[in-house]
Design a protein around this ligand. Structure first.
Ligand SMILES: NC(=O)c1ccc[n+]([C@@H]2O[C@H](COP(=O)([O-])OP(=O)(O)OC[C@H]3O[C@@H](n4cnc5c(N)ncnc54)[C@H](OP(=O)(O)O)[C@@H]3O)[C@@H](O)[C@H]2O)c1
Length: 255
């Protein structure tokens, strides 16, 4: 039985991916900042663990508790919709701490065992905002674009060790609490809209947050793309996940 460890399993794509692999007879280590046993079906093949990807001690404890794993999915992420000028550098850093450095830190911690066994897959969950730039997403997009670049270079470095590294690039998914969580984070971090940008920012906020018609991405689209990245060695390194992301990737000639 193979083992997958997924970050950010309390909701959304991570939760669905944990469920998807459990149903297909994988041993799943579902990690989340605040462990909750009730979000996933009870199973002897499920281990729910606390993991904050920005906390080195938490990462060390997770590596010890996990033992050997076959697959790592860096899914944990935070959103940020903000005017750059109204965003404190502290908030910029906090976004990168989770979306970019968090994924790097967890990868760094699990890599030695994958390299030594000459087997394994690392899947990083990015965003379709890296395919087409949108306003108010400069920081979020930069954090995910850095993740893309990191992933693609690391993939080449790990080729000699038969460790595959790939990207899943989801589109917009209103079914997950991602936007709500982003809004809460923005309130906590005192993100403001400078007066000079207010009319412009308002229009963009409305367009993004009230868009009702699809196509959109579902959590299942993302779980399926992760499944393919893990189980199909011929899978391309970048996979768009969700009808909107696939459409966007095709429109710009991206794979
Ligand atoms: N939904 C979208 O429209 C969309 C589109 C493209 C890409 N994505 C990406 O997809 C991934 C999953 O997003 P989602 O839509 O499933 O949103 P979500 O439901 O908000 O899931 C995000 C997960 O990340 C976790 N997380 C946040 N900070 C963390 C940290 N420091 N350490 C560990 N876990 C942390 C959250 O846990 P807590 O419960 O502890 O906060 C939550 O479980 C993210 O990387 C996101 O950037 C989302």
């Amino acid at each position: 039985m193979k083992t997958i460890l997924i970050t950010g399993c309390s909701s959304g794509f991570g939760l669905e991916t944990a469920r998807y692999f459990l149903e297909r007879d994988w041993r799943v280590i579902a990690t989340m900042r605040t462990p909750r046993e009730d979000v996933l079906p009870r199973s002897e093949h499920l281990l729910v663990r606390a993991l904050d990807v920005t906390d080195p001690q938490s990462i060390r404890e997770t590596v010890e508790a996990a033992g050997p794993i076959d697959v790592l999915v860096n899914n944990a992420g935070v959103g940020l919709l903000s005017v750059f000028e109204g965003t404190m550098l502290e908030t910029v850093r906090a976004t990168f701490e989770t979306n970019t450095f968090g994924a790097m830190a967890v990868t760094h911690a699990f890599l030695p065992q994958l390299r030594q066994r000459k087997a394994g897959v690392i899947v990083n969950v990015s965003s379709s905002t890296t395919l087409k730039s949108l306003p108010l997403l400069s920081v979020y997009t930069a954090s995910k674009a850095a993740l893309n670049a990191f992933t693609e270079s690391l993939a080449l470095e790990l080729l000699p060790f038969d460790v595959r590294v790939s990207l899943v690039i989801p589109g917009q998914s209103p079914e997950t609490p991602f936007a709500r969580n982003a809004m809460a984070m923005m309130r906590d971090q005192n993100v403001i809209v400078p007066e000079a940008y207010s009319g412009f920012a308002q229009r963009i906020f409305e367009r993004i947050t009230t868009q009702r018609s699809g196509p959109f991405t579902t959590a299942l689209d993302v779980a399926e793309a992760i499944w393919r990245a893990v189980n199909d060695p011929s899978c391309p390194i970048r996979q768009a996940a969700g009808a909107d992301a696939v459409e966007l990737a095709q429109s710009i000639g991206a794979p």
